[in-house]
Design a protein around this ligand. Structure first.
Ligand SMILES: Nc1ncnc2c1ncn2[C@@H]1O[C@H](COP(=O)(O)OP(=O)(O)OP(=O)(O)O)[C@@H](O)[C@H]1O
Length: 274
């Protein structure tokens, strides 16, 4: 091969690698997203990238649009009357609002944990196995192995392994929330959305969930809405501050909490409003 051709070929390979690298730098790519509930403009044109294997905290005063924005990623707002969205959201490079997207498939990739633990009135085992069963998986051994793995990942296995048939409703609030995390993990999503997951829990259960989030980020991309500034600064890598439907500031958590660029961010994190 001529030397010039070899150089050209090397350059092309490098370009492919660079493109792939820049793609893999973002798990979620959000472009000019706007949301309305009927005439009310709840999200006013947000651009943002979320990095894989990281924890991103959404903070901001009540009603600023954090939950609305979070629920865009698993298309949960689709069920809300009067909801309308503009803009693009790509997950792993794919536009999740394209008409042909299978929303059930999308939700396998994106788990969600809510403010109040919401186990089903079923046994501990059935709660964790639920997502696998509705996917049509019947292999008992496979399901048992996944349930055990998910309960271990959620740091609940040791507490429940001898009582898997017990009702999930008999667990404490903190245990129920870890069960809900296990239920989410059992279907092996790549993103976990958490909407104030510890606001109904006592400090010890909160600490357990925070430790868990920290461990889970090795394998998952986690986005957490929180009103607790200490929590955001303890567990997140990146923090996004929202106000009145706009993304005011988004940066490394350390920067947001030690040296924010905007006065509004500083006022919020120091408790001067919100
Ligand atoms: N289903 C809905 N129908 C109409 N308006 C809604 C609906 N859900 C939210 N909104 C409005 O959209 C705005 C953003 O609400 P959202 O719940 O996303 O805010 P938030 O920042 O998560 O608030 P909080 O911290 O109190 O949970 C608010 O003004 C709210 O009243």
């Amino acid at each position: 091969m001529e030397i010039m051709e070899k150089i050209k070929e090397k350059k092309e390979v490098k370009n492919i690698v660079d493109n792939n690298q820049s793609k893999s730098l973002q798990k979620i790519d959000i472009k000019n997203v706007k949301v309305w509930y009927d005439d009310f403009n709840a999200i006013k044109g947000i651009d943002m990238n979320i990095k894989p294997n990281s924890v991103t905290a959404f903070i901001g005063p009540s009603g600023c649009g954090k939950s609305t924005f979070l629920r865009l990623f698993n298309r949960m707002n689709d069920y809300v009357d009067g909801f309308k969205m503009e803009g693009k959201i790509k997950i792993d490079g794919k536009n999740i609002y394209k008409k042909k997207v299978n929303v059930e498939e999308l939700r396998k990739e994106i788990g969600m944990v809510f403010q109040k633990p919401n186990p089903f009135p079923k046994s501990i085992f059935e709660n964790v196995a639920y997502g696998l069963k509705i996917q049509g998986i019947k292999d008992k051994k496979f399901i048992e192995a996944r349930v055990e793995k998910a309960l271990k990942q959620a740091d609940l296995w040791d507490e429940v392994k001898d009582n898997l048939k017990k009702s999930a409703l008999a667990l404490s609030g903190g245990q129920q929330q870890r069960l809900c995390i296990a239920r989410t993990l059992a279907v092996e999503p790549s993103i976990i959305l958490m909407d104030e997951p510890t606001s109904a829990l006592d400090p010890i259960s909160t600490a357990k969930i925070e430790d868990l989030i920290f461990e889970l980020k090795e394998k998952y991309t986690i986005i957490i809405v929180t009103h607790n500034m200490q929590q955001a600064s303890r567990i997140s890598d990146y923090t996004a501050f929202f106000y009145l439907g706009e993304l005011i500031e988004y940066n490394k958590t350390k920067t947001i909490f030690t040296n924010p660029e905007k006065k509004q961010t500083e006022n919020y994190i120091t408790g001067r409003f919100g």
